[in-house]
Design a protein around this ligand. Sequence first.
Ligand code: 13P
Ligand code: SF4
Length: 314
Amino acid sequence: METEVDVTIDLEEEILKLKKKLNAVILAHFYQESEIQDMADFVGDSLELARRARDTDADVIVFAGVHFMAETAKILNPEKKVLIPDLEAGCSLAESCPAPAFKKFREEHPDHIAITYINCTAEVKALSDIICTSSNAEKIINQIPPDKPILFSPDKNLGKYLIKKTGRDMLLWEGTCIVHETFSERKIIDLQIQHPDAKLIAHPECEEAVLKHADFIGSTSKLLRFVQEDDANKFIVATESGILHQMKKAAPHKTFIAAPPEEESCSCNECPYMKLNTMEKLYLCMKNKEPEVIVDPEIAKKALVPIKKMLEMS
Ligand code: 13P
Ligand code: SF4
């Protein structure tokens, strides 16, 4: 197994060669570093990536994203090999919701339907009724009969936003995203004063204090579409800063300002899990055909049901 990358090789060229050799597809999330996004066959949000994973005819899926995303790709393709550059690329939301505690939560509310954000483990998906992403959550909730009570897990900020949007009173799990909860309302307001012509756009994982100032709220792909279609030329972007790469590519004449975190010195608007993946690790995982994402077949079978339901309902 190769563990060191020869510094003289052209990483991009070698990755392309390996892609051909493995008959692989590279799927990347918008929060990956720019070089990885530029190498990928497809860059998208959680829902688009799940759809691409479902529809690919490649033999190997190389998933440049976090573990729950690669796990979803594996559940949709149990016969394919799914590789991830760094197996430790987790997610604070998935970590906030351990399967035994979630099982108990469900047992305490047996009459509730469980709609669960895709940012969770395969075990939690297997215990859920319907999976959703920030792209389709509102649409899915609106299809649930009004008299059916709902448990929404694990992101309480997204949950609160959806309660407001849909008017449905849902019981929320108390999870948060460590990146989206660091944006500072005070500093965003300062920026709005400095740039009165800028529109504030935000991911619904942000806290209510930030969302209430936003001109537009949406998933990563909806934010990307908005900056292309809207008349404004300047945007303050309250989500992980990796998305700015695609925004600058799609609208090079517009200005994008990354929303600042509370702590001056930290890069808290970068997801530390997403950023574990590097070009070197992408090359090594394809060269070594590992780390591979493995899901227990019994869990995968159960988790596939609410994932399929999501794909049908969105
Ligand atoms: P999207 O589905 O909007 O890409 O969000 C994924 C995510 O992890 C946000 O933090
Ligand atoms: Fe998870 Fe937040 Fe990172 Fe998205 S940005 S993967 S929700 S920790």
